[in-house]
Design a protein around this ligand. Structure first.
Ligand code: VGL
Ligand code: ZN
Length: 197
């Protein structure tokens, strides 16, 4: 089997002091760096939104961060402005090793968010990552990063649905945990056949 490490969104805005800080998000940087040499391929994802992105509460008059809205593609949580293209918050954590094979950006279309590394939030528009992995003969994936209950969760469920052998190393992830979203994500990943390790 050819085994890739997919490092989800280890960016300044998701670390302490960032715009959408995940509690203790920076704790996973050193363990992730230490895991990288054990894989045949390393892929980093980067949340990469244009200013005024439709997932930002600031783009919806009268709405606040963490409100839920109905978008044409389904329900969407509204977030503080984060990971705006070209800003320091969108950069990787300064200690993260970035000598990866591929850096995949997602969430770059204004009208739609993309939690998953495989599909935008309509769950059908592909990012191209599946084709990249398949053409490289990669069939096994280990996922780590931020946040367990959003981008790691959706990426893991989509990868399992596409037929990859998927493990999430929860010790190298950290969660936002809005209203039980971590428990729901763990259940959904388990039900999709993802190994939680
Ligand atoms: C994420 C919320 C908004 C994540 C990205 O990386 O989990 N969460 N954008
Ligand atoms: Zn985002």
């Amino acid at each position: 089997m050819t085994h890739a490490l997919i490092v989800i969104d280890v960016q300044n805005d998701f670390c302490p002091g960032g715009a959408l800080a995940v509690p203790n998000g920076d704790e996973i940087v050193a363990p992730i760096n230490a895991m990288m040499p054990d894989f045949d391929a390393v892929i980093l994802t980067q949340d990469w939104h244009p200013a005024g992105h439709s997932s930002f509460a600031s783009s919806h008059p009268g709405k606040a961060p963490y409100d839920l809205v109905e978008m044409p593609y389904g329900p969407q949580v509204l977030w503080p402005d984060h990971c705006v293209q070209g800003t320091p918050g969108a950069e990787f954590h300064p200690d993260l090793r970035t000598d990866a094979d591929l850096i995949l950006r997602k969430g770059f279309r204004s009208a739609i968010d993309s939690y998953s590394a495989f599909f935008e939030n309509d769950r059908t528009t592909p990012t191209g990552l599946e084709g990249y992995l398949r053409t490289r003969g990669i069939d096994r994936l280990t996922l780590v990063g931020l946040a367990t209950d959003f981008c790691v969760h959706y990426s893991a469920v989509d990868a399992a649905r596409l037929g990859f052998d998927v493990t999430v190393r929860t010790d190298a992830c950290r969660a936002i945990d809005l209203d039980g979203s971590l428990a729901a994500a763990e259940q959904a990943m388990h039900d999709s056949g993802v190994t939680l390790a």
